[in-house]
Design a binder for this molecule. Structure first.
Ligand code: FES
Length: 290
C-alpha cells in the first residue's frame, strides 16, 4: 500500500495551496466562518460531518446504480423519477461532503497524510463533477448518457472512498487522538505538582504516572486536562488561555478547562479532563471525568 503514498506525493504542493486557500476563505469570513467551520468539522456534533455526508452520497449513488441496473435489465418501468431524485440527493450530499472534506483538509499535517487526503479529495471532486453533469443531462432526457456518466462517477467515487478509508485507518485522520490512551485513572485525589510551581493563569505541565497533563489555576479554582489535543495530538501546555478555555497551538481547537468540552474545532471529541484541587500545598487530580 506504500504505492498509494507514492502516487499521492506529486500532489504535495497542490495540497498545501488548497489548504492555504481554504484557511484564507475561513479567515475572511470571520466569526460566521468559524461557526461554519465547526459545523463542517463536526465539532457541534461530536462526530465527523464529512463521514455523515459521504455515507449519504455513497448510499445514494449505490441506490442509483441499482435502479439503473434494474431499468437496463428489466425495462425502465416507472423508475426514472426515483432515479432522478436519488441522483439529485447524491449530487447535493457529495458537494456538501467536499466542503466538509476541505474543512478537515486545511488542518492536516503536511507529508503523506495530507498528500493522500488531497488525492482522495481530488478524485471525489472529479467523481462529483461527473454526477453533477449526469444530473443535468438526465433531467434533459439524456438518460443513456447520464447512466454512462454515473457509472464512471461510481468507479471514481469508489476509488476515492477506498483512499479515504486508507487515510483514516492508517493515519488516524480526524480520529480522536486520545481514543487509545484515555489517561491514567486516579480513583482518589493524587498529587501531581507542588502548588508553589503553579502560577496564576498560566498553563503548566504535570504528570499523573505516564499521563501528561496541563494544569491551570484561575483564582481559587484549578483545572487539569490531558496534555494531548484530541484533534491531532497537539501540545495543550503550549496553548493559550482565554477565560476558562485553552486554545491548542497547532490548529486552534478551543476546549473548556472545566470539563474538556469542545468550544471550537477542528477537534470533535471532548478533551480528557480531571477534577483538580489544591490540598496541603499540592495540586491533586482525580478522574478522568466520565
Ligand atoms: S492538534 Fe489540531 S487543534 Fe490541536
Amino acid at each position: 500500500m506504500e504505492r498509494l503514498e507514492g502516487w499521492a506525493r506529486p500532489f504535495s504542493g497542490l495540497g498545501k495551496a488548497i489548504a492555504g486557500i481554504t484557511n484564507s476563505v475561513y479567515k475572511g469570513l470571520g466569526f460566521p466562518g468559524r461557526l461554519l467551520q465547526d459545523l463542517l468539522n463536526g465539532s457541534f456534533l461530536g462526530h465527523t460531518t464529512h463521514g455523515l455526508l459521504t455515507d449519504a452520497a455513497v448510499g445514494a449513488v449505490t441506490a442509483l446504480l441499482a435502479l439503473d441496473a434494474w431499468a437496463v435489465l428489466f425495462g425502465p418501468g416507472d423508475l426514472e423519477f426515483a432515479s432522478r431524485i436519488v441522483l439529485g440527493l447524491a449530487v447535493l450530499s457529495a458537494w456538501a461532503a467536499i466542503l466538509a472534506g476541505l474543512t478537515d483538509h486545511k488542518d492536516t499535517a503536511s507529508g503523506d497524510e495530507r498528500n493522500i487526503a488531497t488525492l482522495h479529495g481530488l478524485i471525489n471532486i472529479v467523481a462529483t463533477l461527473f454526477y453533477t453533469v449526469a444530473f443535468f443531462v438526465r433531467i434533459g432526457e439524456g438518460v443513456g448518457t447520464a447512466r454512462v456518466l454515473s457509472l464512471i462517477g461510481f468507479v471514481l467515487l469508489a476509488s476515492g472512498a477506498f483512499i479515504g478509508g486508507h487515510l483514516v485507518y492508517k493515519y488516524g485522520y480526524m480520529v480522536n487522538h486520545n481514543a487509545f490512551s484515555r489517561g491514567k485513572r486516579a480513583k482518589d485525589f493524587t498529587p501531581v505538582l507542588a502548588a508553589a510551581d503553579l502560577p496564576e493563569a498560566t498553563p503548566v505541565r504535570a504528570t499523573l504516572g505516564t499521563t501528561g497533563l496541563v494544569v491551570v489555576k484561575r483564582g481559587d479554582v484549578v483545572y487539569a486536562l490531558k496534555d494531548t489535543c484530541s484533534h491531532a495530538g497537539g501540545p495543550l501546555p503550549d496553548g493559550t488561555l482565554k477565560g476558562d478555555t485553552i486554545t491548542c497551538p497547532w490548529h486552534g481547537s478551543v476546549f473548556h478547562l472545566v470539563d474538556g468540552t469542545v468550544v471550537h474545532g477542528p477537534a470533535q471529541t471532548r478533551q480528557v479532563a480531571y477534577r483538580a484541587r489544591i490540598n496541603e500545598g499540592q495540586v491533586e487530580v482525580q478522574g478522568p471525568l466520565p
